[in-house]
Design a protein around this ligand. Structure first.
Ligand SMILES: NC(=O)c1ccc[n+]([C@@H]2O[C@H](COP(=O)([O-])OP(=O)(O)OC[C@H]3O[C@@H](n4cnc5c(N)ncnc54)[C@H](OP(=O)(O)O)[C@@H]3O)[C@@H](O)[C@H]2O)c1
Length: 323
C-alpha cells in the first residue's frame, strides 16, 4: 500500500516520504480499515518536528491521528464490526495511508448521511471542544464563551457545540473574511484581531463583566490578556500554545476564576469509553445541525503540500487528505 512515513524528524515537510509499505495485519481486538479520508492536525506538525509524544527510536512512523473508511479485515475476537462497515478510527497514528489499524475501542460506526471526510475530520477537533467545554469549561446555557482562534478546526467545532448547548459565543480571528464565516456558523460576536483589541471588545460586549469561559489555544500575550477577559467565577482552559508560551503550571487567579490546561489525548486515556460520545456529534452532522467545516482537501501523495498549508494562516476549519 501507499503511505506517508517519517524516518527522521524535521522542521520542513520534506521528511514526509510517500512510499510503498506492507499492509498492516490486525492483531486481536483490532480492525484493519481501508482509509478513504484522513485528517491533518496541528499535533501532526509537532510529531513531524519531534516535539509531540513520539521518541526518535519509535521511527519510522506513519502519522495521522484519525481517519475514516471501511472495515477491511478483523483481528481475532472482534465481533462489533463486519467487513465493509463504514467506520471512523482515532488511534493517534497510522492514518496517512491506504490502510490503517485501530483498536475496536478507537472505532465508531459512521451513520448514513455522513461522508468519510466529515467523519475523519471530527474526533480530535470536535471531541476537544466537546469535552473541554463540558469538563474544564463547565459551560452552561446562557453563559458567554470566548473562543480564541475561532477559525481553527477546534474553534469551528466549539462555536457550534456551544450554540447547541445554548451559550453565547464570541470568536476571534485574524481576518474579517473568516469572521464572517464564523458568524454564519453561529458565533454571536466576532472580533477581527488584526483591527481590534479583543479585550476591549469583550468588555464592551459583556457590559464590562467579562466572559464565563475562555477556550484558548494561541498562547503568549493572547493567553495572558484572555485571563483579564474572565468574569468572576470564570474558567479559562488552554488546549495549547501553538503561537506563544504558556505558564506552567497555570496561574492562580482571584474571585473564583480558574485557569487549566486540557488535553483530549490525556482525557480519553483516563476515560476511553467517552469516545462513544462522538456518536452524538456524528448524529448532529447526519441531521445537518453541525457543519464539519472542511477547509481544503489534498490527495495523500500531496501530504507535504497539505502540511505546509496547515502551517500557514490561510486555512479555515479542517485540512484533509483523500486516499
Ligand atoms: N489539547 C488538545 O487536546 C488539543 C486538541 C486539538 C488541538 N489542540 C491545539 O489547538 C490549537 C488549534 O488546533 P487546530 O488543529 O484546530 O488548529 P488550526 O486549524 O491549525 O488553527 C489554528 C488557528 O490559529 C490561528 N493562528 C494562526 N497563526 C496564528 C498566530 N501567529 N497568532 C495567532 N493566531 C494564529 C489561525 O486563525 P486566524 O488566521 O483566523 O487567526 C488558525 O486558524 C493548536 O494549538 C493545537 O495544537 C489541542
Amino acid at each position: 500500500m501507499k503511505a506517508i512515513r517519517i524516518h527522521e524528524f524535521g522542521q520542513s515537510e520534506d521528511v514526509l516520504k510517500y512510499e510503498e509499505v506492507a499492509v498492516p495485519e490486525p492483531k486481536a481486538g483490532e480492525v484493519l480499515i481501508k482509509v478513504e479520508a484522513a485528517s491533518l492536525n496541528r499535533a501532526d506538525l509537532g510529531l513531524r518536528k519531534g516535539t509531540y509524544r513520539i521518541a526518535a527510536d519509535a521511527l519510522p512512523v506513519i502519522p495521522g491521528r484519525e481517519f475514516a473508511g471501511t472495515v477491511a479485515k478483523l483481528g481475532d475476537g472482534v465481533s462489533d464490526y463486519r467487513i465493509g462497515d463504514r467506520v471512523v478510527g482515532y488511534p493517534s497514528l497510522g492514518g496517512y495511508a491506504e490502510y490503517a489499524l485501530a483498536k475496536v475501542s478507537e472505532v465508531r460506526p459512521v451513520p448514513d448521511g455522513v461522508t468519510a471526510a466529515q467523519a475523519a475530520a471530527l474526533p480530535t477537533a470536535s471531541l476537544t471542544a466537546w469535552f473541554g467545554l463540558k469538563t474544564d469549561g463547565a459551560l452552561k446555557a446562557g453563559e458567554w464563551l470566548l473562543i480564541q482562534g475561532g477559525s481553527s478546526g477546534v474553534g469551528v467545532a466549539a462555536i457550534q457545540i456551544a450554540k447547541h448547548w445554548g451559550a453565547k459565543v464570541i470568536a476571534t480571528s485574524g481576518s474579517e473574511v473568516k469572521c464572517r464565516r464564523l458568524r454564519q456558523l453561529g458565533a454571536d460576536v466576532t472580533i477581527d484581531v488584526s483591527e481590534n483589541d479583543f479585550l476591549a471588545e469583550v468588555m464592551r460586549v459583556t457590559d464590562n463583566r467579562g466572559v464565563d469561559v475562555v477556550l484558548e489555544m494561541i498562547g503568549g500575550e493572547v493567553y495572558q490578556k484572555s485571563l483579564q477577559a474572565l468574569a468572576p467565577g470564570g474558567r479559562l482552559f488552554s488546549i495549547g500554545g501553538a503561537f506563544g508560551a504558556l505558564p506552567d503550571p497555570p496561574p492562580t487567579l482571584t474571585e473564583g476564576r480558574k485557569a487549566t490546561r486540557f488535553s483530549i489525548t490525556n482525557y480519553l486515556k483516563t476515560k476511553p469509553d467517552d469516545y462513544r460520545e462522538l456518536d452524538q456529534i456524528l448524529k448532529l452532522v447526519a441531521e445537518k445541525k453541525f457543519d464539519v467545516g472542511i477547509g481544503k482537501t489534498f490527495p495523500l501523495a500531496e501530504t507535504r503540500a497539505a502540511q505546509k498549508y496547515l502551517e500557514g494562516r490561510d486555512h479555515f476549519g479542517k485540512v484533509m487528505l483523500s486516499v
